[in-house]
Design a protein around this ligand. Structure first.
Ligand code: FAD
Ligand code: ZN
Length: 290
């Protein structure tokens, strides 16, 4: 049995870890490490591996070039329900052969203010500071601060952006909102003549995955939760040209039974298994305005 490339450098699966390391002089390459190995059983192979039988009778497994996923995560506590949802997404998508990057905003101590410090060097107009104009100009001349450039690179490379967070005041937590404010600057994510279907981040998908304090029943009585999604899905993602997948909502994880929590986690794993077959949704349907 032979395992062949192309290997994804950032795949975290233990199985593939050896393959993504630079090869030491004289050390066996991936093919030699795994060639003829009796340690490999079919069950242990990542699900995304594809299999060919080649004429000399050897079974060849190869990992198709995976999708790139950026998960922007906003929760302070890894042991939280959001932390568990994040862990599941990383594990499941990695298993599928995706390359997964996480921006863990609290752990990174992501700067929560949009200020003049986001621009290196002198300003376009030092008389009166305008954040939108200055970041646009700084983007054009390559003078945005390093942390923003790093996040923009992650966005640029991603096929799918997942936002994982607890609902705060019918909205995303401030640290995630400021990520949107600071990272999705004019020139990078949109231009006034290039917005919505013409936005600059086309060919990308997004998915808002969040938890609530209120139960599904209460939201059904007090107002359709989908209204909260309009600014996020339509006002931000669609504006930048990013397509939107159905949101994933876990209602009231604090107030349900352990069994129900496990069910919600399993449902997330199951959804992720068929995610790449999903079609984007219309994020601005008529009923919003009725
Ligand atoms: P946690 O409290 O971390 O988790 C819930 C339970 O799941 C815990 O007992 C945890 O131990 C357990 N758990 C974790 N992992 C697992 C696992 N793998 N298996 C089984 N159990 C597990 N809610 C609204 O509905 N609307 C609002 O507008 C709103 N505004 C808010 C504003 C603020 C400022 C704050 C602080 C909260 C607000 N909330 C609101 C509530 C908030 O949305 C919820 O508290 C949050 O979504 C719960 O998610 P969590 O990840 O923090 O849950
Ligand atoms: Zn829209």
């Amino acid at each position: 049995m032979i395992l062949m490339g192309p290997f994804q450098r950032r795949i975290c699966s233990d199985f593939l870890k050896g393959c993504s390391q630079p090869r030491r002089r004289g050390a066996p390459g991936p093919e030699e490490q795994f060639s003829g190995s009796t340690r490999l059983s079919r069950e242990k192979l990542p699900s995304a591996l594809q299999q060919w039988q080649i004429p000399n009778g050897l079974l060849v497994f190869f990992l198709p070039p995976g999708k790139k996923v950026l998960i922007v995560y906003a929760h302070q506590e890894p042991k939280s329900f959001n932390g568990s949802l994040l862990k599941i997404a990383v594990e499941e998508l990695t298993k599928q052969g995706c390359s997964v990057t996480v921006s863990d905003l609290y752990a990174m101590q992501f700067e929560p203010r949009a200020t003049r410090n986001d621009i290196d060097g002198s300003l376009h107009n030092s008389e009166a500071f305008n954040y939108g104009v200055e970041t646009w100009e700084a983007y054009k001349r390559g003078a945005l601060s390093k942390d923003l450039v790093e996040e923009q690179k992650k966005v640029q490379e991603a096929d799918l952006l997942i936002f994982q967070f607890p609902l705060f005041w019918f909205n995303m937590p401030a640290i995630l909102k400021v990520w949107m404010d600071r990272v999705l600057v004019q020139g990078f994510a949109y231009d006034l003549s290039k917005a919505y279907d013409g936005g600059l981040l086309q060919d990308k998908l997004s998915l808002f995955s969040f938890t609530t304090g209120g139960s599904k029943e209460k939201y059904a009585i007090r107002g359709d939760i989908r209204y909260l999604l309009w600014p996020m899905q339509h006002g931000i993602m669609h504006f930048c040209g990013v397509k939107v997948l159905e949101p994933h909502i876990c209602y009231a994880p604090e107030n349900v039974s352990e069994e129900k929590r496990k069910e919600m986690l399993t449902a997330w794993t199951q959804r992720l298994r068929t995610l790449w077959k999903e079609e984007p949704i219309d994020c601005s349907p008529e009923w919003y305005f009725k």
